[in-house]
Design a protein around this ligand. Structure first.
Ligand SMILES: [Zn+2]
Length: 249
């Protein structure tokens, strides 16, 4: 027998659901992923005080200016939007870790919502959102691409479509963590392309290209190059956070 068979009035069903949620919250009280404080709303994963502890990026922040200059110098990217400065051991690192390794996909959409709001605030306009693709091997481990979840959050906030599989990797690339900037550039060269069925959706469009964190920009600029080759009018780089090269990312 299902709940539907009981012919319960829908408000009875709603009450039953909320009693069940309170019961689960009583047994496993929802806590903030970063600081363990008890949360009133179990659907939220990080408390407001942890969100506001992350250093916000303004357009005058040295890390923002430095990263933007590097990206624009490649000739493939024409603007940059980002929300936070990555610091080791900070709340952003915990959020990024929970998103990448612990299956908290909703955090990606929440970051995307914040990034979309930032783009709007800075008056940055685009026609489509494209996530940086994940390694095929990582996709098998993780089953989802965190940049795609961020792209979905942006899409929901600004009302622009996500072209989920527009970019694909053409070959395997090694992990970038221990590479110098020059080695990262060579490692990423021609590593991406736009799938044939997406060319018409990219052609002539202004594209927001999204990654979770931008460090040297080697990945994002190679992805931008592939989008321009496919006919994009211009590419704006977007990331939840920016990190210094020596941050260990
Ligand atoms: Zn917290």
């Amino acid at each position: 027998m299902t709940v539907g068979d009981l012919h319960l009035p829908s408000h009875t069903f709603q009450i039953a659901k909320s009693v069940m949620r309170s019961f689960v919250d009583f047994i496993f009280p929802p806590t903030c992923l970063c600081c363990n404080v008890l949360m009133e709303d179990g659907r939220r994963k990080v408390c407001e005080s942890c969100w506001s502890s992350i250093e916000s990026l303004e357009q005058t922040h040295p890390l923002y200016l430095d990263t933007k200059e590097k990206l624009l110098a490649t000739g493939f990217v024409n603007n940059l939007v980002s929300c936070y400065a990555f610091t080791k051991e900070g709340a952003f690192q915990k959020i990024a870790h929970a998103l990448k390794y612990n299956g908290f996909e909703s955090l990606g959409r929440e970051l995307g919502g914040r990034l979309g709001a930032r783009a709007r605030e800075w008056n940055i306009l685009f026609d489509a959102v494209v996530p940086v693709p994940l390694h095929a091997a990582k996709h098998r481990e993780r089953s989802y691409n965190q940049s795609e979840r961020i792209a979905e959050g942006i899409s929901r906030t600004v009302g622009v479509d996500v072209l989920r599989r527009a970019l694909v990797r053409t070959r395997h690339t090694q992990s970038q963590t221990t590479l110098t900037h020059q080695q990262r550039k060579e490692n990423m060269e021609n590593a991406f392309t736009v799938g044939p069925k997406y060319i018409s959706q990219i052609n002539g469009k202004s594209v927001l290209l999204v990654d979770d964190v931008i460090t040297t920009g080697a990945t994002i600029s190679e992805c931008a190059r592939a989008l321009l080759v496919a006919g994009a009018a211009n590419v704006i780089a977007g990331s939840a956070a920016l990190a210094q090269k020596d941050s260990g990312l």
